[in-house]
Design a protein around this ligand. Structure first.
Ligand SMILES: Cc1ncc(COP(=O)(O)O)c(C=O)c1O
Length: 375
C-alpha cells in the first residue's frame, strides 16, 4: 500500500545552513538579516511597496484590524467560507462580521452580493482568495471606493497568484499572507502584512514591535527605543525567518512543481468524463493562480465522504475544508439571519486532493480513477 499524506512540506536543503548561520551569529530575535531578506524577496515577488514579516497570517490580520481603526460599532463584510482568523481579527476589536455568500464556481465572496450587505456601520470588506484564486478585485475595489470602505485581502493561500497581472495581497489597502506549514511556501508558523496604503506604514511598524520604535533603533536612526504607540507582538524570530528565506528564494520553482500536479489532476479528471458529477476548479480568465489547492465539488456529501474513505483504503489522505463560519458554534452567536445557500451547501461536497511538489504520479492516477469510478 502507498502512503501519501495530504500535505508534505517541501524542504529546499538550504534551511539548515541558514538556521546555523543565525545560531552562530547569536542574533535570534526578530528584525535581523533574514527578516530583511525575506521582506525584500516578498517585495520582489509581488511588487508590494511595503512588506512586514509577521509570525502568522492571523497576526497580520489582527494588525490590519487595528490599523483601519476597527471598533465596536463596526461591521466587516467577509465570506463565511473561510478560516476563523478572518473573523476573529475583527471580533477581537469588538466589530461584527457580516457574512456574504460565496460564488458557486470559485467559492470566493460573491461580489454581486456585497453592496446589499453594506450599512452605515460597514467599515471594510475582506476579500479571501480561496485556493489561491483571487476574488473579482476590480468590482470589490469599485464598491469600496463608492462607499468609502477599506479592503483587506486575506491572501493567506494566494502567495504568487495574480489578478489582471497584479499580485494577490497588493490590491487592497492592506494584504496578508500565511507561511504556515500547510502553505506553498512555509516556515512552520509565519506570515506577512502588505501595507499598500503607505499612510499606515509607520503605525504598522510600531504595532508589530510591541508598540515601540525598535525598527528605527535597529536601523541606527535613534539611540534608544521607546513606547511609541499601540503594540502587538507580531514579528517573527530570525530562526523561522532563516527557514522561510530558503523557501522564498525557490518560490517560483516550488510553485511550478505544484502547478504540474494541479494540471495533471485537472486534465485527467476532465478527460475521463465524470457525467457532470464532478466539478473541477473554475479559473477566471483574469487570474493566474499558485496551485495551492486542487479541489473538486461532488454531487453529494455522502459521495465526498465515500471517496475520502476509498482514498484512505489505498493509503492516500484526502480531506475536506472549512466548516462555514455561520454554522459554527461561535459564528451562530452573531450571524445575521441571512440565507447563505452556497456557503451552506458547497463545503460538504468539497474534496481536496493531496498536492505537494514531489507528489508521486501514482497518487494522481489512483485518485482520479477512484473519483471517476464512484458514480
Ligand atoms: C483564509 C485564511 N486566513 C487566515 C489563515 C490563518 O493563517 P495562519 O495560520 O498563518 O495564521 C488561514 C489558515 O489557513 C486561512 O486559510
Amino acid at each position: 500500500m502507498i502512503n501519501i499524506p495530504f500535505n508534505n512540506p517541501h524542504v529546499t536543503g538550504r534551511e539548515q545552513t541558514y538556521i546555523r548561520e543565525v545560531i552562530e551569529s547569536g542574533k535570534t530575535a526578530a528584525g535581523g538579516r533574514f527578516t530583511e531578506r525575506c521582506e525584500t524577496l516578498i517585495r520582489q515577488h509581488t511588487g508590494a511597496p511595503n512588506v512586514l514579516l509577521t509570525n502568522s497570517c492571523t497576526a497580520a490580520l489582527e494588525m490590519a484590524a487595528i490599523l483601519i481603526g476597527t471598533g465596536p460599532d463596526d461591521e466587516i463584510i467577509m465570506p463565511s467560507f473561510t478560516f476563523p482568523s478572518t473573523a476573529n481579527a475583527f471580533l477581537l476589536r469588538g466589530a461584527r462580521p457580516v457574512f456574504v455568500d460565496i460564488r458557486h464556481d470559485t467559492l470566493n465572496i460573491d461580489e454581486t452580493l456585497i453592496e446589499a450587505a453594506i450599512t452605515p456601520r460597514t467599515k471594510a470588506i475582506i476579500a479571501v482568495h480561496y485556493a489561491g484564486i483571487p476574488c473579482e478585485m476590480d468590482t470589490i475595489m469599485a464598491i469600496a471606493k463608492k462607499h468609502d470602505l477599506y479592503v483587506i485581502e486575506d491572501a493567506a493561500q494566494a502567495f504568487l497568484s495574480t489578478y489582471k497581472g497584479k499580485s494577490a495581497g497588493t490590491m487592497g489597502h492592506l494584504g496578508t499572507f500565511s507561511f504556515h506549514a500547510t502553505k506553498n511556501i512555509h516556515c512552520g508558523e509565519g506570515g506577512a502584512l502588505l501595507v499598500n496604503h503607505t499612510g499606515f506604514l509607520k503605525m504598522a511598524e510600531i504595532l508589530r514591535e510591541k508598540g515601540t520604535n525598535r525598527k528605527d533603533f535597529m536601523a541606527g536612526k535613534v539611540e534608544k527605543y521607546t513606547w511609541s504607540g499601540l503594540g502587538t507582538s507580531s514579528s517573527i524570530g530570525e530562526l523561522a525567518a532563516a527557514y522561510l528565506c530558503a523557501q522564498l528564494e525557490d518560490a517560483r520553482e516550488i510553485t511550478a512543481k505544484r502547478a504540474m500536479h494541479w494540471n495533471a489532476y485537472d486534465a485527467m479528471l476532465k478527460s475521463q468524463g465524470t457525467n457532470g458529477k464532478v466539478s473541477t476548479p473554475f479559473i477566471p480568465a483574469a487570474v493566474q493562480h499558485n496551485s495551492h489547492i486542487y479541489y473538486v465539488q461532488l454531487s453529494s456529501h455522502e459521495r465526498r465522504n465515500d471517496i475520502i474513505k476509498a482514498g484512505k483504503s489505498t493509503g492516500i489522505e484526502c480531506t475536506s475544508h472549512y466548516e462555514p463560519l455561520h454554522l459554527s458554534p461561535e459564528g451562530m452567536l452573531f450571524s445575521r439571519k441571512t440565507l447563505l445557500p452556497n456557503s451552506t451547501a458547497l463545503p460538504g461536497r468539497l474534496l481536496r486532493l493531496p498536492l505537494w511538489p514531489d507528489l508521486p504520479e501514482a497518487c494522481i492516477n489512483t485518485m482520479t480513477a477512484i473519483i471517476s469510478n464512484s458514480q
